[in-house]
Design a binder for this molecule. Sequence first.
Ligand code: SF4
Ligand code: SF4
Length: 344
Amino acid sequence: MIRIEKERIDEFIRTLMETRAVYAPALDGKNTMFAPVEDPAGIDHNIFNTDKSPKEIFFPHSEVLFEYEGEEIKKVERDVRPIVVWGLRGCDARSLRLLDKVFGSAWQKPGNDMFEDPYWKEKYDDAIIFGTACNEPRSTCFCNWFGSGPHDDAGMDVKVVDTEEAFILDPVSEKGKKFIGSLKGWAEATKKDLATIKAVREKAEGLMGEAFGMEGIAEKMADLFFKPVWDDIGAKCVNCGACAFICSTCHCFDVQDEGKKGKKGKRIRIWDTCMFPLFTKEASGHNPRDMSKDRLRQRFMHKFSYFISNYDEHLCTGCGRCVSVCPVNLDIRDVVRAVMTSEA
Ligand code: SF4
Ligand code: SF4
């Protein structure tokens, strides 16, 4: 473990910037998000979980895949520097790992010939994730429902703990160990630092609400597919899609061509969501998810049933963003509780 005194953190970030594009929490208007760092002095290390999720770094809201002219396909110029993400919270580090199962290599295994998305892989595979442990979780945080916690390091390469005096960097992945091992001129963490980390961790874990038991939710959801519980939940939702766009794990997208059809243009990937009626509307005009409640149920079935069948995990990390953003206060924790306590 190495120790970066607070007054030397800009120097450390500048070292990272020598070879990599560094992303860190920043204020964008009224919202916080991850942005490319131009000046380390501009990083606000006190920003908690950003309003916008960091999935945008690797899976942008709108991304030009390629340009075309007639039959010719042209590659788009990109920033090819490897990425460092600084200040990511544990729930978001786990979200990226979940998305890597969908887009990347994390779910490749014998007989599991999964598609790999080159646009995701070229950014994520070489990235180094510095995740900051949460010392003061918020009331909307529920990572502990999924076996995680405010000091969990899953999905991180280097875990960072803020001890007030210093940032303590603990390399947890092979990539993180290699990277931290290559750095020179930084002190080792002290015994006092280790004692502080233990104390802040215990305090943070004590601040989390009680975890709700998620065992059997996939089967329960499947059993309740046609039951009235969805009428009650769906009646509130206005299908604005905010929860899905803000979510660190939702990953539906559309592909569109912009330009003169068949002549010259660009192919663009844009976020989409199952909460929108057009997402499933067929050319005939028929929509298999015509009702608002059908679309809401789909989002929850995907998170707590289909994703478990396909990838063996819940598609939610308890980051709480959807709880904060929903205009009608539809709280995902209430939905889970309603489902789990309903009669099949
Ligand atoms: S569903 Fe809500 S709590 Fe879960 S990962 Fe998405 S935004 Fe976070
Ligand atoms: S943010 Fe709330 S109202 Fe909007 S789609 Fe999501 S659950 Fe429905």
